[in-house]
Design a protein. Sequence first.
Length: 159
Amino acid sequence: MPNRRTALISLVMIHLSFALGSPARSALPDIYPPPEHASADIAAALKSAAASHKRVILDFGGNWCTDCHVLDMYFHDAVNRPLLAAGYIQVHINVEHMDANVDVAARYQVPLSKGVPAIAVLDDRGKLLYSQKTGEFETMRYMQTGAVTDFLVRWKPPG
């Protein structure tokens, strides 16, 4: 029982450190590049997608966002990494504190007011196939990796 209690206390402390923005937060890597990179990153992804016939996942979020880090962790776990690599090019779009790349989110019909992470999927020609409308991934920390697996399978390119 002491091991379970210690593990539970550790989990609670980690969760609180994220919520309170303590120094433990700084240990997380920056997965979202500076906001001014968004247009060039999307253009490069679309060029690569056209050549490889992959889909583009636009992942809107911020480095401060715990749920964004969980989504990224799920995208790159042992089950989802091969699905992501085989069918998609992922672009992280930094929205800072919901005040950057708002125009990019609007262009791809992603309502940032519903929260982040938020996702859009484009085909290999840049056509919008899916945009998150209701904050489906906003609470990733309470979801399972299987939700991401289902999403990747649902939106993978044909063939």
